[in-house]
Design a protein around this ligand. Structure first.
Ligand SMILES: [Zn+2]
Ligand SMILES: [Zn+2]
Ligand SMILES: [Zn+2]
Length: 380
């Protein structure tokens, strides 16, 4: 995690025309006057990722450091969005087409390949930072490659298929930049791509925080049990004392018991508030990458309905873009196709209703089962 963070900072600085000498734990950075002013650091700085006793001139760089917060200023205005066009690598169609039936599979639908053509596909390489705060804190950086043509999203550096991190990819792409500027591209609205990315990021974070959340719940429950034990003992002692004194049931005892119960309620509520999980995500940077490549037009058929869909060869990851889940954008295989709009949805989003046991599409019906009206709890 720390390595990716360090690399991203380096990339941001290099992207802003800095000259970097990386020594592992620390780096020397020569930045432009403008960057120096924006970041409030000297033009020649010694940046370290951990607290060192080096000298007073050392600038500490961690998620919590002021400098990290100031880095976001570099994205203000034009810097936040950068764009590049890359040179495509030659492809062997036959080979790719031969792998389609194995790569593109639906559990309840079929597809056929109609046409192959050369097109410019637009991607967005996005870096997000998340911070999860409860009684403990956890943070991380997630990089996504979003296909703006069909909303297929690759989560980089998280699975065995794509072993490169976002910053590795960015570095490599710079060497493949084309001088040609492409204008005609066929893509979805940027807001749709960003929306899809936010959904995917949320799902990735939840998957990543699984252990953190269950340990959080364990600690919360343990604390609540302790508080409940304490107050229950106090209650029974109060009652017993009253019995001994022969005043059980009188107003004073009743008030005392009521006060203890109220305090227990407040204490429990306090614990729940203290342990509540607050997750903040922030888009750090976005790079649009235009890539001429081969696209495969397919027709998906579900019962008597058909839908056209574009399968794209990803020149950045050098593989066919996997199918998106048009609800969560962080699919778990296998894929299904819905009856109404022929959405492509993943196993997690093709929901079996607990009440009527019929399947329905989360993209069409995000609130619950359309057949029996059973509501979906805790959907995301
Ligand atoms: Zn899904
Ligand atoms: Zn139902
Ligand atoms: Zn649907």
């Amino acid at each position: 995690m720390m390595r990716a963070f360090w690399d991203i900072v380096k990339d941001i600085l290099v992207h802003n025309e800095a000259i970097i000498e990386d020594y592992g734990e620390c780096m020397e950075a020569l930045v432009t006057r403008e960057v120096a002013q924006t970041l409030e650091i000297p033009e020649f700085s010694h940046l370290c990722r951990s607290q060192t006793s080096d000298s007073d001139d050392t600038v500490q760089l961690s998620y919590d450091s002021e400098l990290f917060g100031r880095l976001a200023r570099l994205f203000k205005g034009s810097g936040q969005f950068s764009q590049m066009t890359i040179n495509p690598r030659p492809l062997r169609y036959e080979k790719i087409i031969a792998t389609l039936p194995e790569k593109i599979t639906f559990s309840n639908a079929v597809f056929k390949l109609n046409d192959t053509e050369e097109k410019t596909v637009s991607y967005m390489l996005l870096f997000f930072r998340y911070t999860a705060i409860s009684d403990e804190k956890k943070d991380g950086i997630i990089s996504l490659l979003v296909n703006e043509t069909n909303l297929s999203i690759a989560v980089l550096d998280r699975n065995s298929e794509d072993k490169y991190s976002g910053s590795d990819i960015l570095r490599e792409l710079v060497t493949r930049q084309s001088i040609e500027q492409l204008n005609t591209i066929d893509k979805m609205d940027t807001s749709l791509a960003i929306q899809a990315a936010h959904k995917a990021v949320k799902a990735v974070i939840m998957a990543e925080l699984k252990g953190f959340i269950s340990s959080l719940n364990r600690r919360l429950n343990r604390n609540i049990e302790r508080v409940v034990d304490y107050y229950e003992t106090m209650l029974s002692e109060t009652e017993q004392r009253a019995i001994k004194k022969g005043i059980a049931g009188d107003d004073k005892t009743a008030d005392k018991i009521k006060a203890i119960k109220t305090e227990l309620k407040w204490k429990t509520q306090d614990l729940i508030t203290n342990f509540a999980l607050n997750i903040r995500t922030e888009l750090l940077s976005a790079t649009r990458i235009l890539s001429p490549t081969s696209v495969f037009k397919i027709t998906i058929q579900r019962r008597k309905s058909v839908r056209e869909f574009l399968i794209t060869y990803n020149q950045i990851l050098r593989r066919i873009d996997s199918l998106p889940c048009e609800h969560c954008f962080f699919p778990e295989k296998p894929y299904f196709v819905c009856d109404d709009k022929l959405h492509i949805i993943c196993r997690n989003c093709y929901i079996e209703c607990k009440k009527c046991e019929r399947h329905y599409c989360s993209a069409c019906y995000p609130d619950g089962c359309p057949k029996c009206g059973s509501e979906l709890k805790g959907s995301g």
